[in-house]
Write a new protein. Structure first.
Length: 264
């Protein structure tokens, strides 16, 4: 009788084990194949990076390489060449000739630009090395979307107007300014606004930016174009040039170098 019970128990254990194995096999058969979530197309293009983070990668458009302003034109008269001063690989603002902008227009892009406040800078507040990078130049004058350039190493001003601010809109996450006389950099990712056929806004402009390697704008949504007075608003536009500002303050003019862009 004990032997019969033992055999029955052994048979029951065997059948249970067999059932577990069969159920596990069924579950395994129902699991999706890992190949179903593997993507092989499209293949990302090969881009050769520069030797340093500031060097232009292989697919970049060089906007200023220290030699000439062939990629730029006057904003006052877009049929005329840009007339800022070029020497020793550096581009220096000419306040008498006004703003300059790229001949080419862009939508979304990655921009690298380096700038330097003169070591002998004078003035205070907004009148201390004032310039600006307009991420999209939408028309004559100062229309567009400005990231401020200013000396704020030891110079206080309104926080939505200091260096790396989206002027009058986005306060930077940090003040990463270097001393006057030292080269500084902006690395900017610009997503242009999109508009519906009737001119209404479909999606706002956005900016992610690093100042001297420090994150200062994190996917910031703009409320419209830059204005000095009043509230920003959007006007329908497409691809636009990138503009550099010749501000009218009386401080010493700033300089730029190593400017390149990657359309996205």
């Amino acid at each position: 009788m004990v032997r019969i019970a033992y055999c029955s128990l052994k048979k029951s254990f065997f059948l249970t084990a067999l059932s577990v194995v069969a159920f596990s096999g069924l579950l395994k058969a129902q699991e999706p194949s890992p190949e179903l979530t593997e993507v092989y197309s499209p293949v990302p293009p090969v881009v050769t990076p520069g030797k340093t983070n500031s060097d232009a990668p292989s697919d970049a458009i060089i906007l200023f390489d220290g030699k000439d302003l062939d990629q730029w034109r006057s904003v006052k008269d877009t049929t005329m060449p840009a007339k800022w001063d070029v020497g020793k690989g550096i581009l220096t603002v000419s306040k008498t000739t006004g703003n300059i902008e790229t001949k080419q227009s862009f939508m979304d892009y990655q921009l690298h630009i380096e700038w330097r406040i003169p070591s002998n800078i004078t003035g205070e507040g907004q009148a201390r090395g004032n310039s600006g990078v307009f991420l999209a130049s939408t028309g004559p004058g100062d229309d567009g979307y400005e990231m401020q350039v200013l000396d704020n190493y030891n110079n206080k001003t309104y926080t939505n107007g200091q260096a790396s601010a989206i002027y009058k809109q986005g306060v930077p996450l940090a003040n990463a300014c270097k001393k006057p006389g030292e080269w500084q950099s902006y690395d900017i990712v610009w997503t242009a606004p999109r508009f519906n056929d009737d001119g209404s806004l479909k999606s706002p402009a956005r900016v992610t930016a690093f100042h001297n390697g420090v994150l200062v704008q994190n996917n910031f949504e703009l409320r419209g174009g830059t204005v000095y007075r009043g509230q920003p608003s959007y006007k329908k536009h497409g691809a636009c040039p990138i503009k550099l500002q010749a501000h009218g303050d009386k401080s010493e003019p700033i300089s730029y170098r190593n400017i390149w862009v990657r359309p996205l």
